[in-house]
Design a protein around this ligand. Structure first.
Ligand code: HEM
Ligand code: HEM
Length: 163
């Protein structure tokens, strides 16, 4: 097991960069349903507004794959202490779910947009919204841990190396 007390700097930079781009993806997702319908009907003029969502989504997908590779090669610091084994398992499963959703969301988006598979768009929307809720819960837990339990969990993801 790892004895590090924080993630590696590349993992930390990727965590925040990916989080910011994902928020940008939610903001730019408005109107994507209409753009997909226009594209499926061959109306390319109406799909130009979709460019930021599509390309940022492809870029964040590549960054997510790099992040998973780094996580696999470099591991993670020893988990913070949880109040019970159940909470420790929940934290682990929560992180796993976030990774699974981060991979699934852009894959279904690409299947819809580049593959022209209409139903993939519906799945993309559903898993995209699930990612939003799980990430919000994750952020709330991190803040609760740091400020209420005072276990310094945010320091493990801090961009500056000082204490
Ligand atoms: C992590 C990255 C992404 C997130 C968080 C995300 C999020 C979302 C969300 C929340 C919606 C629903 C918008 C609505 O309510 O109308 C949406 C729609 C859509 N997104 Fe993404 N997206 C991502 C990546 C991508 C990628 C990579 C593509 C394609 C290359 C894509 C293509 C689409 C399309 C075609 C729709 C319309 C789906 C439909 O209404 O059937 N997205 N996206
Ligand atoms: C879209 C938004 C976000 C996503 C997808 C996300 C995803 C993740 C994932 C998958 C991990 C597990 C890292 C690993 O063990 O490999 C993680 C860790 C972490 N995240 Fe996030 N995160 C997001 C936003 C946030 C926000 C807003 C905060 C702070 C308020 C935050 C704070 C943390 C902290 C402190 C850790 C380390 C947890 C620990 O070591 O136990 N994250 N994040």
């Amino acid at each position: 097991m790892s004895t590090l007390d924080r993630y590696s700097m590349p993992q930390i930079v990727l965590h925040w960069l990916i989080a910011v781009i994902i928020i940008g993806e939610w903001i730019s997702s408005d109107g994507m349903g209409r753009a997909l319908h226009a594209r499926l009907e061959g109306n390319t003029v109406w799909t130009e507004g979709a460019t930021p969502h599509v390309w940022l989504g492809c870029i964040v997908f590549a960054l997510i794959l790099v992040r998973i590779l780094l996580r696999w090669r470099q591991g993670a610091p020893t988990p913070v202490e949880e109040s019970s084994d159940l909470m420790a398992t929940a934290a682990k499963l929560g992180h796993l779910l976030l990774y699974a959703l981060m991979v699934a969301v852009p894959i279904f988006g690409m299947l819809a947009w580049f593959g022209g598979i209409h139903v993939a768009g519906e799945v993309h929307e559903t898993v995209g919204n699930a990612l939003l809720f799980v990430a919000l819960g994750h952020a709330a837990f991190a803040i609760w841990h740091h400020f209420i339990k005072r276990d310094g969990v945010l320091n493990r993801m801090r961009l500056s190396s000082g204490r």
